[in-house]
Write a protein that binds this ligand. Structure first.
Ligand code: EPU
Length: 418
């Protein structure tokens, strides 16, 4: 298996451009199932998770072609309705195909995603909402089998805000009969990006970006052209890297308004953060102040940046308390950071990070995408040897050309192919 080798200790300097957002690209691709015709999608990141959803969609009869940097998607010949276990087990977001398949095809058979490294991650709220819209659903041999001759609008209250749950139901409701109201809906920017795509297709959606979304079903949708929004988690990872290595990094092509919670924490930690249009410049402090962080749904501090921020806090001046409130098991990076000399104690959903002057190089690995990113960041500041990050297929799921981008900022980092 490939690994990444890092010789840490160099401040990062320069500009880096953000790719399209993984968590926006996946639902937008799924939305292409809602109608035939050629959709034109720009800024689709080259990621393993994107390849996985394309493979599943190809098995459903969807056709793709690349054209001048855009991905063209056509589902005229949709002829199957099953997302098989061997692909779904590598990417939970495959559940996003359920809503559109039911709405367009009236049937769907999707392998139920199991738990994953960061928690149990049930999809009960997706299923409950579709049942409320008139779908019949049963579980057999690990697959959700769903049928609906005609989905009907419904009033749905989500017990917990769910990002892909909100997206799934928005897509199903776009073609349902009548009005669907989603209450306690998730407010993440990726939801607004999907809503923009759906409106481009002729859907009637209001309220995305707030916790109440109203969708009035239409009889048919039409193909559209859409540009995926920049990845706020990738942008945030590079911003933290700039601060952590005490460097001077400008992240360009991002949406600073999606990164306010992180920018506030970086400033409190002593970094200088300057926003200019779609660019954020981050200059690291001489001494890193320890700050507390609690993960929350958007616009709060994202759980997808918790591991990276924890790596940053490992070399802070004092103690930082990091609380994870979204996923019950998202501290898998901690045991690996400890191997690099970090001082972290976990108690329930809280980690207390006592800053140390240095981290030490070590071979490490993680079983989750963002945890792996935090180990790369730790490797960038670990002096006196080489840090090897193993199992980097997790990184390839969500970061496009990560090591090239870090090299462009002056990092000594390379991939060794197995
Ligand atoms: N939940 C339920 N029942 C459900 C759905 C969710 O109990 O039916 C719980 C989850 O277990 C979790 C909480 O609700 O405790 C929120 O989960 P959510 O459904 O919002 O997560 P998700 O939609 O599965 C997306 C991102 C994740 C990101 C989370 C939270 C995509 C494809 N994935 O997951 O991204 O961490 O929202 O913001 O959009 C990543 O990119 O590394 C990643 C894990």
């Amino acid at each position: 298996m490939d690994k990444i080798i890092i010789e840490g200790g160099k401040p990062l300097n320069g500009n880096v451009t953000v790719s399209g957002a993984k968590n926006a690209a996946l639902p937008v691709l799924a939305a292409c199932l809602l109608t035939g015709g050629w959709h034109r999608l720009e800024n689709i990141p080259k990621l393993r998770d994107v390849r996985t959803i394309l493979r599943i969609m190809a098995q459903l009869g969807v056709v793709f072609r690349e054209e001048e940097g855009a991905v063209m998607v056509n589902s005229d010949d949709l002829n199957a309705y099953e997302a098989p276990y061997d692909l779904v087990k590598t990417m939970r977001a495959s559940i996003l195909l359920l809503g559109p398949l039911l709405a367009r095809y009236g049937r769907a058979k999707i392998s139920l995603p199991g738990g994953c490294a960061i928690g149990a991650r049930p999809v009960d709220m997706h299923l409950k909402a579709l049942v409320a819209m008139g779908a019949d659903m049963y579980l057999e041999e690990g697959y959700v089998n769903a049928r609906a001759d005609c989905l009907k609008g419904a009033e749905i209250f989500f017990d917990i805000q769910t990002v892909t749950g909100t997206e799934n139901i928005m897509m199903a409701a776009a073609l349902a009969k009548g009005k669907t109201v989603l209450k306690n809906a998730a407010k993440e920017p990726e939801i607004q990006d999907l809503a923009r795509m759906l409106r481009g297709m002729g859907a009637d959606i209001e309220g995305d970006g707030t916790d109440t979304i109203v969708i009035r079903g239409v009889d048919r949708l039409a193909p559209t052209a859409h540009t995926i929004l920049p990845d706020r988690i990738e942008a945030g990872t590079f911003m933290i890297a700039g601060a952590m290595t005490r460097g001077d990094v400008t992240v360009q092509g991002c949406r600073p308004e999606h990164l306010e919670a992180l920018m506030e924490k970086l400033q409190t930690a002593g970094a200088r953060v300057q926003v200019e249009g779609d660019r954020v410049r981050v200059r690291g402090p001489d001494a890193i102040e320890s700050v507390d962080v609690t993960t929350l749904p958007f616009p709060g501090f994202p759980t997808d940046l918790q591991a990276q921020f924890m790596a940053f806090m490992c070399t802070g001046k004092g103690s930082s308390v990091i609380r994870e409130t979204i996923f019950e098991n998202r501290f898998i990076h901690v045991s690996e950071l400890l191997r690099m000399g970090a001082d972290i104690e976990i108690s329930g959903n809280q980690a207390v990070v006592k800053g140390r002057p240095h981290l030490l190089p070590a071979p490490v690995m993680a079983t989750d995408l963002r945890a792996s990113a935090s180990l790369v960041l730790a490797g960038l500041v670990a002096e006196g040897g080489m840090t090897e990050v193993h199992r980097i297929y997790h990184l390839d799921r969500g970061y496009e050309a990560m090591e090239e981008k870090f090299r462009g900022l002056g990092a000594s980092i390379r991939r060794e192919r197995a």
